[in-house]
Design a protein around this ligand. Structure first.
Ligand SMILES: [Zn+2]
Length: 264
């Protein structure tokens, strides 16, 4: 046994969630969505009052051994073992607190959404695969949350709670001049949603260069989470990022045709 595996910090490990967390970091870095400061977290499968978050480090380098347990109640690490925790961990803790349905949170500085966050326009679903989005996604304004404090980052519980309120029950919220948060019922779902939020924002802003009067999707064109087979884009993004599918145990039957919008 190596020292690395002995040093594994988390004692409440959901192995599948941990694997997905590391894979999600690779995928989102590969897609250009996570920069050096973005982060992915997952709620513990065994204790909903705990979430798992990599220590403060570049997401491209995250391994299972870097993952710490934090309390949802106050976003503080249970046992940091001398490791530096991420300053924006309150984003995650406060969203998990406000949203019992959320099992994974992604915060990125996606360059695709930032231009949109600087305008009066809201992010709207404009590409078919982004039909999980509502007709209008909220934009969080840090100035309304930080009082006399300084900075753009969500570095305390008060700012995190304000962000969670802005997010509401939506799958994503833009953060003005900063990036976004995307949530899901699993790491896989949050990752796939983050990828399509990025694409959607890019397509919306590109269209608005041609005209601000664009055609966005309507209610009949949206879909429910159950109507969207996230396994297919997850496997696709994973293969792009880390490869290995030719040797992996991929259930090809999962890419079924039952996931359609026919029932809506
Ligand atoms: Zn940030």
């Amino acid at each position: 046994m190596t020292m690395t595996s002995q040093a594994r910090v988390s004692t409440d490990i959901d192995d599948e969630g941990m694997d997905d967390l590391v894979t999600a970091c690779r995928i989102l870095v590969n897609e250009g969505i996570l920069d050096a400061f973005g982060h992915v977290t997952v709620r513990s499968a065994k204790n909903p009052d705990v979430f798992l978050m990599p220590r403060a480090m570049p997401p491209a380098l995250v391994t299972k051994d870097d993952v710490l347990e934090l309390n949802v109640a106050d976003s503080q690490p249970i046992d940091p073992q001398g490791r530096r925790v991420n300053g924006e961990r309150y984003i995650h803790g406060e969203i998990y607190k406000a949203r019992p349905d959320v099992m994974s949170v992604i915060h990125s500085h996606s360059q695709a959404v930032i231009p949109l966050s600087l305008t009066k326009y809201k992010m709207r679903p404009v590409v078919a695969q982004a039909g999980f989005l509502p007709l209008e996604s909220p934009t969080f304004e840090i100035r309304e949350a930080r009082g006399s404090g300084r900075g753009m980052q969500v570095t305390d519980g008060k700012r995190g709670a304000a962000l969670a309120r802005a997010l509401g029950y939506n799958p994503a919220a833009l953060m003005r001049g900063h990036g976004n948060v995307v949530v899901g019922r699993s790491v896989k779902e949050a990752t796939v949603y983050a990828a399509y939020v990025d694409i959607n924002a890019r397509m919306q802003t590109r269209a608005m260069l041609l005209s601000t009067d664009i055609v966005t999707m309507n209610d009949a064109e949206l879909f429910t989470p159950e109507e969207f087979d996230i396994n297919r884009p997850w496997q696709h993004l994973k293969q792009k990022a880390i490869g290995g599918a030719e040797n992996a145990d991929v259930d090809r039957s999962q890419f079924g045709l039952e996931q359609t919008q026919a029932s809506r």
